[in-house]
Ligand binder design. Structure first.
Ligand SMILES: Nc1nc2c(ncn2[C@@H]2O[C@H](COP(=O)(O)OP(=O)(O)OP(=O)(O)O)[C@@H](O)[C@H]2O)c(=O)[nH]1
Ligand SMILES: [Mg+2]
Length: 227
């Protein structure tokens, strides 16, 4: 990662323009002012889950738009099916590659992109936030996007995922982040990767298959929100 510099005005304006372009594109125009739900994938896990929800047919639900936000350019570029992909951190790094588990760094990247993120969520009265806690970007985005949405009077439903207990440091960080998320005013439906270790049948699956069982739970929860 290159050395951080102060965010330049031009780069901020470029991100704002990019977000405006995203909003002007795609199905957005057709469904403006209908009750569109933004399903937002935050950080690495959030984005990957969102991409898998596309494979599971999330777009067959009405009035859903998907948005992935991450500070890892390469990971974000892989999410081909997601409606809108928003890279943060470009104000601070030429090629942002995540926050390396550092919430302070993630917070800086979010602060530099705050204006654009506010514009991004503006059209949607309902936000469903997905992301795992314990890393840098997803943790901070879950908290900050929740607060931002609630402050703007939106219905915010957060689906935070606790990391495995075996990830000791991450689990401890996730617990602290969860407390902050709880005071954001969002409706919270927590999920836990440990759940995948407890079930005998799931334990026999590969990691990818195990994650898919959690994806299916998330899929069902989004359908409940949509109904
Ligand atoms: N259920 C589920 N959990 C995941 C998945 N991928 C990662 N995780 C969990 O998510 C936690 C956080 O990791 P990431 O989402 O990659 O972290 P990040 O938000 O990108 O944070 P930084 O890379 O530090 O900026 C991990 O410790 C895992 O426990 C996934 O596909 N499904
Ligand atoms: Mg990451």
């Amino acid at each position: 990662m290159e050395k951080a510099t102060e965010p330049g005005k031009n780069e901020k304006e470029a991100l704002l323009r990019e977000v405006q372009r995203l909003l002007d594109s795609g199905i957005y125009g057709a469904v403006t002012r209908t009750k569109t739900i933004a399903v937002v994938g935050n950080g690495g896990a959030g984005g990957n889950i969102l991409q898998r929800l596309h494979r599971m047919g999330i777009k067959s639900m009405k009035n859903i738009e998907t948005i992935a936000i991450n500070s890892d350019e390469r990971v974000l570029d892989l999410l081909k099916d997601v409606d809108k992909r928003v890279l943060i951190g470009k104000n601070l790094y030429e090629h942002p590659e995540g926050a390396h588990g550092r919430t302070d760094l993630a917070r800086k990247m979010i602060d530099a992109a705050r204006e654009s993120l506010e514009v991004l969520i503006n059209p949607y009265p309902v936000l469903v936030l997905i992301g795992a806690l314990g890393g840098g970007t997803g943790s901070e985005l879950m908290v900050e996007m929740s607060k931002m949405g609630v402050e703007k009077g939106k219905l915010v439903i957060a689906l935070p995922i606790m990391p495995f207990s075996a990830e000791t440091g991450r689990r401890a960080l996730a617990k602290r982040v969860m407390k902050r998320l709880e005071s954001s005013g969002a409706i919270i439906a927590p999920l836990d990767n440990d759940m995948l270790m407890k079930d005998e049948r799931i334990r026999k699956l590969s990691m990818a298959e195990a994650f898919e069982t959690l994806d299916r739970i998330i899929f069902r929860k989004i359908r409940e929100v949509q109904d």
